[in-house]
Design a protein around this ligand. Structure first.
Ligand SMILES: Nc1ncnc2c1ncn2[C@@H]1O[C@H](COP(=O)(O)OP(=O)(O)OP(=O)(O)O)[C@@H](O)[C@H]1O
Ligand SMILES: [Mg+2]
Length: 244
């Protein structure tokens, strides 16, 4: 990344493979690169080098339009800053991805999801009229509505009290069990990380132990290897060397 003529290296060479239906927690200190990695895995950002496959599709070769199609079809994303649209009500925010995907029952699903996250009586409120935790729950309902194959969530319980947080965690793992949704969760919440099948840690832009799979991908040879790996059963595979 270029900031005032300086190149900032945000991620070190890393390999990460997430299988379909798996749940994985990414933990690590503030500024270690978790959000950056999540954005790349979801096709929101492009790495300056390396490869990212999502549902076998090479996101690193796609333009913004193509990546947004992949996201609309397969990805739910809960942003750390929620990113709700201020001019839309809670219900309209939640319905938006379903409408973009031409789902016929957008409104009924949106209402049901808002009820599930405890906001049945706040559907017509605008984001500015909601507390941080309520906005976070709207963002969670929005991420669920289009039945994503993969849910990327950046601190999904960061603004919730422990009881509400536990309820949201249960909802997220219900989705994993009932719909087979793959979960990639960034979290400081030990309870949430422990519920995931595996945990990886980011440290200064690098993935560190405890790791199931990591490799130094800083040679062309290694990059070619990962490219030829069969990933029929993989949801998201990334080999990223640097974001710039
Ligand atoms: N747009 C940007 N311009 C310059 N630097 C950035 C930008 N976005 C992120 N960074 C830097 O990249 C590094 C990693 O940021 P990132 O947001 O991925 O961290 P994080 O692990 O998600 O942290 P947190 O736990 O606080 O959310 C930080 O040093 C941050 O300052
Ligand atoms: Mg972050």
């Amino acid at each position: 990344m270029q900031v005032e003529d300086k190149t900032l290296v945000l991620l070190q060479p890393l390999n990460l493979t997430v299988a379909a239906g798996e749940s994985i927690a990414i933990v690590g200190s503030s500024g270690s690169g978790k959000t950056t990695l999540l954005s790349i895995l979801a096709g929101l950002d492009l790495p300056s080098s390396g490869q990212v496959y999502l549902k076998n599709q090479p996101l690193h070769q796609f333009n913004e339009e193509q990546r947004s199609q992949v996201r609309a079809q397969h990805v739910g994303f809960i942003f750390q800053q929620f990113l709700l649209i201020n001019s839309l009500t809670a219900l309209e925010n939640v319905m938006l991805p379903a409408e973009l995907a031409n789902m016929p029952d957008a409104q009924a699903r949106g209402e049901a999801l808002l009820a599930q996250v405890g906001l049945a009586d706040r559907m017509e409120h605008y984001p500015s009229q909601l507390s941080g935790g309520e906005q976070q729950r709207v963002a969670i309902a929005r991420a669920f509505i289009a039945k994503p194959d993969i849910l990327f969530a950046d601190e999904p319980t960061g603004n919730l009290d422990s009881k509400t947080g536990q309820h949201i965690i249960d909802l997220i793992f219900d989705l994993n069990v009932k719909e087979g949704t793959t979960l990639v969760l960034v979290t400081h919440d030990a309870k949430l990380a422990a519920r995931c099948q595996r945990q990886v840690e980011m440290d200064s832009g690098a993935l560190t132990e405890p790791l199931i799979e990591t490799a130094l991908a800083n040679t062309d040879e290694n990059q070619a290897d990962s490219q030829t790996t069969s990933h029929d059963d993989l949801e998201s595979k990334t080999s990223v060397s640097q974001v710039g």
